[in-house]
Structures are given as C-alpha cells and as structure tokens.
Design a protein around this ligand. Structure first.
Ligand SMILES: [Zn+2]
Length: 257
C-alpha cells in the first residue's frame, strides 16, 4: 500500500520518524507521502524524503496556515520541487471554511497562487477541501486545463453527486480512517461512486485515526484499516484494493519509484 497523505513532519510524529519508517515494510506500506502544510513543515518533509528511501514529500501552504504564505515561501517551493525528485507534488493546499475566522478571500488568493505554481511546474496538486466543495469546484474550473499533472482531493468529504462533477477534472480521491467511523453513513455510496482507477489510500496521520484506535495518535501502519473497510464496501478483497490503489498512486505521482 502507498499512504498518499501523511504528516511525519508533524511535531507529534517527527520524534518517532525512525520507528515509523522502520515499521512500514512489515505493515505492507511501500511508500509514504509526507505532506507539508506550511513553509517550515515543507522543509521537514523534504529532509525526511532525503533521509528515508520510502518517504516522499509535498510542499505547500494549507489554508489554515494562509498567513505563512509569502513570495519567498513560494519561490522556495519552486526550488524544492525542481531540485529534488522526491518532491512529488504541490500540497497540501486548498480551502477550509470550517473555522469562520479564516478569511475566504485570503484563502482563495493563497490557493490560486499555488495552483499557478503547480501548473507552471507541471506538478500534481494535493488538495485539502473542508466544507468548501462548491467553491473549490468553481476555482478548479478555471485551472484544471492548466493543471495537466493531476489533482488529488485528499480525505474527500464531498457528496457522491460532486464526484461526478470533479470527475470532469480527472480528479483522484483518497480515503483514510474516516471510512471506518460509525457515523460515516454516506461514505459507502461516495466510495462506490469513485472510478476504481481514481481511488487512493491515505492516513492523514497523526489525525483521522481509524477504528479501533480512534482517540489515539494515527500512524501510516494503520492504513490497513481503511483498505479493509474499502474492500468491504466495494465487495472485493484487500489484495485487489492494495493493487489498484498502488497502481493509481504511481500513475498520479510519477516520481514515486
Ligand atoms: Zn493533511
């Protein structure tokens, strides 16, 4: 399995990075994409990718961190992407309307600037979209023809109807621990609506810990719980989900070896 969205760079996981990476193989995880969310964490993901064979990086400013966006940060992301083949995408970037104190206009600006960077680099983008599916769709409508290297909606939380809309942009969708939650009543329909060749696995660790570890810290090694649940929903086997999602991850992120 490939964990396409994790935060080993998070201060809760970073001190344990050696252990986390050493446990990957025995848990059938062949690669982890460590996702930056601000300028500092983006430097850490690249360092982790340089240090560990099966760790890859993304660089970007998350909407909650919009105040940390700057011209300097953006030009640094361009350098990091151009100079390190293990930086696989620009992300995580996007929109988050969950907290009303995050100004929408500012988020749009930071999001769109990074979409432009990704387009100019021919890099895939990893998107965080929370309670903002409609606006994210409207913005992507203006950019998708420019984003030729693919779009991932990480921890996709939109409806199955919106999957049909996002399919027009050839989006990929990744799912993690949330599929195992008892209140995830709409998730089975959403997962069945996603084209099989667009489905990916993630943990979003240290967040989104799956049942039966909910309430504790999440790790890439727990990705199996989401894969099992998705197999159950699709009426298929874990092995087939593993094979298909691994193939999909390598297609979306050609820098994964
Ligand atoms: Zn994340």
């Amino acid at each position: 399995m490939i964990d396409v969205h994790a935060h080993i760079c998070d201060e809760r996981l970073l001190p344990e990075a050696d252990t986390i990476v050493s446990e990957l193989a025995q848990n059938n995880v062949s690669a982890v994409i460590d996702s930056g969310f601000c300028p500092v964490s983006s430097e850490i993901t690249v360092k982790n990718a340089e240090k560990y064979d099966n760790v890859y990086a993304t660089v970007g400013v998350h909407p909650e961190e919009y105040q940390k966006a700057s011209k300097e940060a953006f030009s640094r992301f361009i350098d990091l992407y151009n100079n390190n083949k293990k930086v696989v995408a620009i992300g995580e970037i996007g929109l988050d309307y969950h907290y009303p104190e995050l100004p929408k206009e500012k988020q749009w600006e930071v999001f769109e600037e990074q979409l432009q960077i990704a387009g100019s680099l021919n890099a895939p983008v990893v998107l965080h979209v929370r309670d903002a599916v409609g606006d994210a769709y409207d913005i992507l409508k203006n950019y998708f023809s420019y984003l030729k290297s693919g779009i991932l909606l990480h921890c996709y939380s939109g409806s199955k109807e919106m999957v049909k809309q996002f399919d027009r942009f050839d989006c990929y969708y990744s799912f993690g621990g949330a599929v195992t939650f008892k209140n995830a009543t709409e998730k089975p329909d959403v997962i069945r609506a996603v084209p099989p060749e667009r489905l990916l696995l993630e943990t979003d660790c240290p967040y989104m810990t799956p049942v039966p570890f909910r309430g504790q810290t999440n790790y890439p090694k727990y990705i199996r719980y989401a894969a099992d649940k998705i197999a159950e929903i699709l009426g298929t086997t874990f092995e087939k989900v593993d094979l298909q999602t691994t193939e999909n991850a390598k297609r979306l992120f050609p820098r994964l070896r």
